[in-house]
Write a protein that binds this ligand. Structure first.
Ligand code: SF4
Length: 435
C-alpha cells in the first residue's frame, strides 16, 4: 500500500475523487509496495486501481489514461531501507551527537539509488529485489563497491554477511542494468592489490559499469570506529597513477576514461586538477569528481553575463580545501566586474579542522567568519552548506544567521548565480530574489 500525500489540481486523480490520505492498494491486480510500483504499474494506459479512501470506503477505479498524461498524485515518502553495514569510515558514524535525527539515518536503498543517485552497497538486496530491478529497468544504479574481493569487502563494510558484489553486479548486468560505481579508498585495505583486482573485476563487466570513482577516506574528529590511517599525499599520488593507467586502457579500448579520481585525491597529491573536458558528462560530480572543473567552467562561461560592480567589496567564505583554488577564479571575477573579492577561510567548528569541505561549514562558522565585517558590501557563502529547508547542519537557519550579520549574505554555487543578478535593474537584484 502507498498513501497519497497530495493530489495535483486538474489531474486525473482529482477527477477520480482521490484525496490526500487515500491508500492505493493495487494496480491491475498487482500489490503496491512503494513508489516504484506506483510509478511503473501505472505506466499502462488501461488501469484498474483498488484503493481505500480516508473514511474507510473501499473503491475501485477503472481508467483509460490518455498517453503521456500523469495521474497527478504525490505519495508519502517511502520508508527508507536501512544499512546493515558498519563501515569504519562511515560519514554518519563520524557525525557529532545532538544533530537533527534524519542526519543519522544510514540509508542503503537501491530505490533511492535509482531515483536520486544515492549510493547503495546492495548488501540488503535479495533475489526478489534483483528481479524487480530488472523488471522495472532501474538503471543506472549508483553502487558503493569499495572492493570486489569478497573478504576485503566484508572487512571494509564491517559486515561478514555481505553478499558477493561481483555475483550481484553480474546478475543485474545480465538483466541489462548499468552502474556508476564508487570505491572509498582506505589506506592498507583497498589501495593496493585490492584496488587493482577490483578495477579488473569491474572492467570485466564491460559496458554495464559506466564509471568508477575513487574517493579517499574522509574522517572527522568523531569517527570513533576508524582505526586506519588517513590518506596522505604519497598514497593519493599512487592511487592517481593507477587511475591514469586504467584511464589509458579505457580510452584506448572504450573511448572514455571510465575511472576517475575525486577532486580531493588531486588536492591531497598536490596535483593540478583536470579541466572540464576530462569529466565528460560529469556523471559523478555529486561524489566530488570534477566539481572544481565544473565550477571553473561555469565561472568562465558566466563572466560575460556580469555587470560592472566597480569598487564593491565582496567576501567569499569557503573551507580550507577550496581556499587555495579561489584566487584565480576571483581574479577572473575582478577583471570582469571591477569588484574586490576577499577569500575568507572558515574552519569547521562542528567536525573539527580535519573536515575542510566548504559544503560542510555550519551556521556558527559562517557567523564567526563574517561577524564585525562592516567593511564588506556583500558576502557569498557555499550554497551546499544549506539544505532545502534553509538550515545548516548545526540546525541554525540561514535567515537567522544572515540577520545577525552586517552585510547582505547570499548562498552561491558558482558566484555567477548571485553576481549576474546584481547587474539587473533595481527590484530584481540578488538581494530581493534570495531574501
Ligand atoms: S554502507 Fe557503510 S558508509 Fe554507507 S551508510 Fe552503511 S555503514 Fe555508512
Amino acid at each position: 500500500m502507498v498513501r497519497v500525500a497530495r493530489v495535483l489540481p486538474g489531474s486525473i486523480a482529482e477527477e477520480l475523487g482521490i484525496v490526500q490520505g487515500t491508500e492505493l492498494r493495487t494496480v491491475n491486480g498487482r500489490e503496491l509496495k512503494d513508489f516504484l510500483d506506483w510509478e511503473f504499474l501505472t505506466a499502462d494506459e488501461e488501469l484498474v486501481i483498488e484503493a481505500s479512501l480516508p473514511d474507510g470506503e473501499d473503491v475501485e477505479y477503472e481508467i483509460e489514461r490518455p498517453e503521456g498524461e500523469a495521474m497527478g498524485v504525490e505519495l508519502e515518502p517511502p520508508t527508507v531501507r536501512r544499512c546493515a553495514n558498519r563501515c569504519e569510515f562511515c560519514f554518519i558514524e563520524g557525525l557529532p551527537k545532538g544533530l537533527r535525527k534524519p542526519l543519522y539515518i544510514r540509508d542503503d536503498d537501491y530505490r533511492l539509488s535509482f531515483a536520486y543517485g544515492n549510493f547503495a552497497t546492495l548488501s540488503n538486496v535479495k533475489e526478489h529485489d534483483v528481479a524487480r530491478i530488472i523488471e522495472y529497468r532501474l538503471s543506472p544504479l549508483y553502487v558503493s563497491v569499495h572492493a570486489t574481493p569478497w573478504e576485503a569487502r566484508k572487512k571494509l563494510l564491517n559486515n561478514p554477511r555481505v553478499p558477493n558484489i561481483v555475483a550481484q553486479l553480474t546478475a543485474l548486468a545480465e538483466g541489462g542494468i548499468q552502474f556508476h560505481c564508487q570505491m572509498v579508498i582506505v589506506p592498507g585495505l583497498n589501495d593496493g592489490d585490492v584496488l587493482e583486482a577490483s578495477l579488473g573485476d569491474l572492467w570485466s563487466l564491460g559496458e554495464a559499469v559506466i564509471s568508477v570513482a575513487l574517493v579517499p577516506v574522509g574522517v572527522t574528529q568523531f569517527s570513533h570506529l576508524y582505526t586506519g590511517k588517513p590518506m596522505d599525499a604519497d598514497n593519493a599520488a599512487r592511487i592517481l597513477a593507477r587511475v591514469e593507467a586504467w584511464e589509458d586502457r579505457a580510452l584506448a579500448e572504450r573511448g572514455d576514461r571510465w575511472v576517475y579520481g575525486s577532486d580531493e585525491l588531486y588536492l591531497l597529491a598536490g596535483r593540478d586538477l583536470p579541466t572540464a573536458q576530462h569529466y565528460g558528462d560529469f556523471a559523478q560530480i555529486e561524489n566530488g569528481v570534477g566539481a572544481v572543473a565544473s565550477l571553473r567552467e561555469r565561472v568562465t562561461n558566466g563572466l560575460g553575463r556580469l555587470a560592472r560592480l566597480d569598487g564593491r567589496r565582496i567576501g567569499v567564505v569557503t573551507g580550507t580545501s577550496m581556499a587555495a583554488l579561489m584566487p584565480p577564479l576571483l581574479d577572473q571575477l575582478t577583471a570582469a566586474t571591477g569588484a574586490h573579492f576577499e577569500v575568507i577561510v572558515a574552519e569547521n567548528s562542528l567536525f573539527g579542522p580535519t573536515t575542510t569541505t566548504a559544503g560542510l561549514l555550519v551556521g556558527a562558522d559562517i557567523q564567526r567568519a563574517l561577524t564585525g565585517r562592516h567593511d564588506l558590501d556583500m558576502a557569498l557563502i557555499p550554497a551546499e552548506s544549506i539544505n532545502e529547508g534553509g538550515v545548516f547542519l548545526d540546525d541554525s537557519s540561514f535567515i537567522a544567521v544572515r540577520e545577525e550579520l552586517p552585510m547582505p549574505v547570499f548562498p552561491s554555487y558558482d558566484f555567477i548565480d548571485v553576481l549576474e543578478l546584481e547587474g539587473e535593474p533595481a527590484g530584481s537584484s540578488a538581494q530581493s530574489t534570495t531574501a
